[in-house]
Unconditional design. Structure first.
Length: 76
């Protein structure tokens, strides 16, 4: 099976940092916040083996795909 490179754009990295800060501050448990960030990163990196997942959005950037990830049971 062919594997592809997956890169997080700078805005996506900043979003992950903001999500981490929000969950950490709201819950008081930075380790739980980190666990959620790791789950999100894992979902992103699943694209290595199936890069055509998600919605293609060439109107935003050529070859951009956006994947919705549902998050439930936040720790606060």
């Amino acid at each position: 099976m062919k594997r592809y490179d997956v890169y997080l754009m700078p805005d996506a990295i900043k979003d992950l940092e903001n999500i981490y800060g929000y969950i950490s501050n709201k819950s008081g448990f930075p380790e739980r916040a980190w666990a959620y960030i790791e789950k999100l990163r894992q979902k992103c990196h699943e694209l290595k083996t199936a890069p055509l997942r998600g919605l293609q959005r060439d109107d935003l950037m050529e070859n951009l795909r956006i994947r919705e990830i549902e998050i439930t049971n936040l720790p606060f």
